[in-house]
Write a protein that binds this ligand. Structure first.
Ligand code: ADE
Length: 246
């Protein structure tokens, strides 16, 4: 299991790295789930659809049920030692992951779990930088009350979306995918050199922003933003930066 790690160069060199790593590579996501229908509509909409159409990203699904055991294709069982709920069994999970890895041994396995490393904007950047050549992420979506601990031996990254418990890994999978895919040049922008200059990877969310009209129901855009004085604008934005995404 790997910590995601926060190694980061300057913002500009990072940006160059991200751009060069995505210039030739397509990013692949293989999602192992019992609930494809919960995920697919989002990936077929808006920016995810655009990224797919442009050949920047590819989404594949593996139905965990296909690897289930017995006549009922069972994928879960009760915990040894007692306790509530059902746990995802090792056999179907290993078989599904091994099938994907047989075709692409370099694929990286991500497990969404509330006890993983908390996912941040910086994590999406790290994932974007880490595997420069045709990165392939397998996201295993557990359901039910948990998973057999031995499943961790085939997982590269445990990722938590926050300190709360969801019913499954499908929503976390979508959040991980969305936050990485939007960094690909050509998804939000960045296809031409002019766009690269203005391409935003999210850091502009740290300060308040305004668009037209200048006055909406008496709520006015701060004067400085209308001044055209870039130095003053940068200073104002710095002063008003509240949150940080990393
Ligand atoms: N599965 C259930 N809850 C989760 C969480 N908070 N983060 C990631 N995966 C989860």
């Amino acid at each position: 299991m790997c910590p995601i790690g926060w190694a980061r160069n300057s913002r500009e060199s990072h940006r160059k790295m991200v751009f060069s790593c995505y210039n030739t590579a397509m990013v692949r996501f293989t999602i192992i789930t019992l609930f494809r229908e919960a995920i697919e509509p989002y990936l077929q909409s808006s920016m995810m659809e655009k990224a797919t159409r442009k050949g920047l990203v590819q989404f594949d699904f593996v139905n965990l049920r296909d690897f289930g055991l017995g006549p009922h294709k069972s994928v879960d069982d009760t915990p040894y030692g007692g306790g509530d709920g059902m746990l995802l069994r090792c056999e179907p999970v290993f078989a599904a992951i091994e099938q994907v890895k047989a075709a692409d041994p370099a694929a990286v396995v991500i497990l969404p779990t509330p006890v993983g490393e908390v996912w941040k904007q910086e994590s999406a950047r790290v994932f974007a930088e880490k595997y420069p050549d045709n990165p392939h992420y397998i996201i295993l979506c557990p359901h039910y009350e948990g998973y057999d601990e031995r499943i961790l031996s085939i997982v590269d990254y445990k990722v938590s979306l926050g300190k709360y418990v969801l019913t499954g890994g499908e929503l976390p999978a979508l959040i991980i995918i969305d936050s990485v895919v939007r960094l690909i040049p050509g998804v939000l922008g960045g296809e031409t050199s002019a766009e690269i200059e203005s391409f935003s990877d999210g850091d502009n969310l740290e300060y308040p922003q305004y668009t037209r009209p200048e006055d909406f129901r008496g709520m006015k855009v701060p004067e400085v933003l209308l001044s055209g004085n870039h130095g003053e604008i940068a200073k104002w934005r710095k002063e008003h930066s509240g949150t940080t995404l990393s």
